[in-house]
Design a protein around this ligand. Sequence first.
Ligand code: WT7
Length: 640
Amino acid sequence: MSNYHVKNLEEYYQVYRKSIRNPELFWEEIAEEHFVWKKRWDTVLSYDFSKPEVKWFEGAKLNITENCIDRHLRVRGDKTAILFEPNDKIEEAQHITYTELHRKVCKMANVLKEQGVKKGDRVCIYLPMIPELAISVLACARIGAVHSVVFAGFSSSALATRINDCEAKMVLTSDGSFRGAKTIDLKGIVDEALESCASVNTVLVVKRTNTDVTMKEGRDAWLAPLLENAFDNCAAEVMDAEDPLFILYTSGSTGNPKGMLHTTAGYMVYTAHTFKNVFNYKEQDVYWCTADIGWITGHSYIVYGPLANGATTVMFEGVPSYPDFGRFWEIVEKHKVSQFYTAPTAIRALAKENLEFVDRYDLSSIKVLGTVGEPINEEAWHWYNDNVGKKKSPIVDTWWQTETGGIMISPIPYVTPTKPTYATLPLPGIQLALMDEQGEEIKGNQVDGRLCVKFPWPSMARTIWGNHQRYKETYFSAFEGKYFTGDGALRDEVGYYRITGRVDDVIIVSGHNLGTAPIEDAINEHPAVAESAIVGFPHDIKGSALYGYVILKETGEGRNHENLRKEINQIITEHIGPIAKLDKIQFTIGLPKTRSGKIMRRILRKIAHNDLNNLGDVSTLLNPEVVQNIIDNRLVVAMK
Ligand code: WT7
């Protein structure tokens, strides 16, 4: 078990230095020792960041599901692989053992094959957090189909965009989904989306809510009878190391969402290795990540990473506030959760409630706490540390991205001294650089700059589906020979990193990465809207909330602004989903623009932050006079 579970900081530095001196050897040893391969690789790594092209473990043959399921059957066949906790606590939790998981995944894989899905085909999965979601993901991987999971909170048009981009052949969905006290008509959303999706010829439907649905003849089928009749063994497809495993969409600042493509071997090795180290995972643990599998966190740290380690991974269908704000802690007590991984936005929401909701439960099983998704503020960090961890469980503040596939910067629990708001140190194999605006690397400590990665790591996305040029431009063009993360960061006196946030036009709302352009496009669909611009402003639960500046086609006098605000948010809900709704909408006569016509968001951001002292030079604007007008009519936001 070399390279696993470093014991102290000195050992971390030793392992880190080794991983930098000879990355190929470092990853090769891990790949050799901890996974099953059908054929060994010929080359550990080949890469060229100018193309960019990155290949790990070329020549190797494997199937990731054999690593996540089959190889555990003999040693831990009766151990719970997936522990499903339903939305309603009166419904019993389900313990799916590795043996049962194998059976269920094989059956599902056979159903997909019978329905004509072949290696390389794309399958869109639009399911709530029920076991069938994880099983579908694994069934695709079993037969070499490329899964594209779309978060089941996205609207029909967001779903359609994602289906069309990758030309998915099939959609897996359910009749409906439970979210707290609400039931959502998922199948209806799919039907609407499919009106504009020509590639889909099959829709398989899980019965979950017993909602009435329309089944389209020749296209739609209930999944249960198909599963019942399917054979329960299915040979794993032999995959090349660099064969696509999945596509996952993430927002871009302009244009359509980007379908990040992840491949097989490197992704497996990296997610499994980081899972074990970052969460100090041991055989008897019950691990719970509260994310949705619709996000990368769920792919890497609910499904693949934990299962590759033979872990018990909790899947929770519900929300933290239902039936009350104690639900998370009740689940921790009930299943004796050892690692608890959530997002700052959830922590902030729970911290607002009575402490009694936490204190009522026995949380002594917890040994590691984690956070991910956005910078965690100091107050939330302390609340989490004091009340959930009881000052005994280290908090791993894990920085990473959909694009990175796995955790990149994080404390190692019980090894790296934590520091609130700091993600601390790079994991082994991760070579970071801070860059200045001139493109020079900033050396030394107590500095800040743009965060880049200088050397490939196994789980990095290989391309944007169907648009390699965009991949190159977005990540490899700002700084030559480096992957640019889009985040700003500072490095303190001991070399710890603190992520300061996005430097581009992406805003993180409740941990969801939202590009400004698609939201503005949606707003502009409103017949009364001429133009719009949105920026983020600090919000004490969501982290950031959205502030929209909207120019109406006519002066807007005589229009009911309250109704317009509702209609605009309704359009956003339809196009993107309720997560992208605007908290503030200011109707304005103009937007500050540069002479080339680019909106000066910096100014709008400052006004939304009510930070008027330092607007910078506005004289270069095409229309400096609008700035004062926007200031005079600004909507005051509640600040922390
Ligand atoms: C962006 C990536 C990684 C899974 C969830 C989000 C921000 C993520 C942290 C953290 C500060 C963080 C960054 C990053 N972010 N984790 N621990 N501290 N910021 O994945 O949707 O691809 O978003 O989330 O800005 O670039 P994503």
